[in-house]
Design a binder for this molecule. Structure first.
Ligand code: SF4
Length: 471
């Protein structure tokens, strides 16, 4: 895409010196989306991205505090940048943003002498000021203030030319899940207006060729509660956007999934036939300790209603294994839920304690060994469920959108996803074809085989970059 001729895309201010930025992002989609905003702002200051930390003028980390592993990786990466600072001195500026910076920014700047600044989750749109300050010699500062304005209004920034984009519709979270640090790192919920999101998405579709949008938020089902609107109303408005083919939303909280939204999955021509609906545990007593506000039966009831509204809809989920004092019976309840829910895939983890949360103050009798044995058992069990589900695809035809490639056993294949988000591998429709010829083509394929994680297929028809009717 020729960005120079497109007035919708901010052009770099030529008077700023040319500089390079290296950025590392940890954690969830929200963080990756925030990083894209940061990179867009930096583009306006004449920064271009580099993969080589050693040639960067600016080194940035966008951090996550949800999982201990991401935390540890970040501290280790930050420590490694000390040698770059020692070698280049003030010629390189190092900054840390995101959830860890929101909670511990001041301590980080004090503790790591080579760190120039830290900025929290609610001030990312001020990154230009922070960088400017730092390059002007004003370093060693941390900003983690909350934006207290009642109106949450932004414009989506994307720095790529791909037809898939994420659009933030709500920030913060008003829930109090006992294991989660997010309410401390992202603040209270605030939603954008339906009309603003609709106009924003229209622009992305009309000017950037976007065909698939994922609406983002810590709890998207809470969207609009602060200003009298709903996610279902937004889906209704987006139904009118010509050229938008697939609409997704994440992350959902089961307590806030309304009957109207479930009905929308039936009438919408844009909503993907897939929903990621994190359950976390199949035990009602564990869910109570997690303060998730729903029961196992309520969750299963939601799935029943969803599948009645949109037959064939595919559901995926998140599971935490080994929450403090999880008993054998409680764990068995989760396995029972897997059997009944038939999730298409799950993200599963052992419980990881986050300092400052209610769950971190619970006495826990479970050993790491028990937790990891339970996780292994659960993942093996889930793979059997997935294999069974994917085997049922064999002999059927699907529309897939090509987004990658692979080389399995020496055979070059394209990789695509069905609108229900299943991965399918297949040989290109012409001999010697490569990803560059087919990326973002819609193809009709017939599935010939399947494993627990993906399906194999052959191409029936290449529709090019515009899909036929999808759902
Ligand atoms: S809904 Fe619960 S788990 Fe999700 S961000 Fe909010 S507090 Fe955390």
């Amino acid at each position: 895409m020729n960005t120079e001729s497109n007035p919708e895309i901010a052009q770099p201010v030529k008077s700023y010196p040319k500089r390079k930025v290296w950025m590392k992002t940890y954690g969830c989609q929200m963080n990756y989306h925030d990083s894209e905003r940061v990179m867009d702002h930096l583009g306006e200051l004449n920064f271009t991205p580099t993969e080589d930390q050693n040639e960067a003028d600016l080194i940035l980390f966008n951090t996550c505090s949800i999982r201990d592993l991401a935390n540890q990786k970040f501290y280790s990466h930050l420590g490694e940048t000390k040698r770059i600072k020692e070698a280049k001195g003030e010629k390189v500026v190092i900054g840390v943003g995101g959830c860890i910076a929101q909670v511990e920014g001041k301590e980080l700047v004090k503790k790591y002498r080579h760190l120039d600044f830290a900025f929290g989750t609610d001030v990312i749109d001020q990154i230009g000021d922070f960088v400017f300050r730092s390059f002007s010699g004003d370093s060693k500062f941390a900003v983690n203030t909350w934006d207290r304005s009642t109106n949450y209004s932004i414009e989506t920034k994307i720095t790529h030319d791909e037809p898939r984009a994420f659009v933030n519709i709500i920030k913060g979270c008003n829930k109090v899940c006992s294991y989660c640090i997010v309410p401390f790192t992202r603040g209270k919920e605030r939603s954008r207006k339906v009309s603003e999101v609709r106009d924003d998405i229209k622009k992305l579709v009309e000017h950037r060729g976007v065909q698939e949008i994922t609406l983002l938020g810590q709890n998207v089902n809470s969207f609009g509660k602060d200003n009298g609107e709903t996610l279902t109303e937004l889906v209704g408005e987006l139904e009118k956007v010509n050229g938008l083919h697939v609409l997704r939303y994440t992350t959902s909280h089961p307590y806030d999934v309304s009957d109207e939204l479930i009905a929308a999955h039936g009438w919408s021509t844009k909503l993907a036939p897939h929903l990621h609906l994190p359950v976390q545990s199949g035990s009602t007593t564990v869910l109570k300790r997690m303060r998730r506000e729903y029961t196992k039966d309520h969750y299963l009831g939601l799935l029943e209603k969803l599948r009645a509204s949109k037959p064939g809809i595919v559901v995926s989920s998140d599971i935490i294994v080994g929450f403090p004092n999880e008993t054998d019976d409680e764990f068995a309840d989760t396995i029972d839920l897997l059997n009944r829910a038939e999730f298409d895939f799950i993200y599963s983890y052992t419980y990881s304690e986050r300092k400052g949360t209610r769950a971190s103050r619970m006495d826990d009798t479970l050993t790491d060994k028990i937790k990891s044995e339970r996780l292994q058992f659960l993942q093996k069990h889930q793979l059997e469920i997935q294999k069974n589900l994917r085997t049922q695809m064999v002999g059927k035809r699907y529309l897939v959108w090509v987004d990658g490639d692979s080389n399995m056993g020496g055979v070059y294949k394209l990789k695509g996803r069905t609108p229900c988000y299943r991965i399918v591998h297949f040989e290109p429709p012409v001999s010697g074809g490569e990803l560059k010829d087919f990326k973002w083509h819609w193809m009709e394929v017939e599935v010939s085989g399947a494993t627990a994680l993906s399906a194999q297929a052959k191409v029936i028809k290449d529709w090019g970059i515009n899909p036929p009717t999808i759902h």
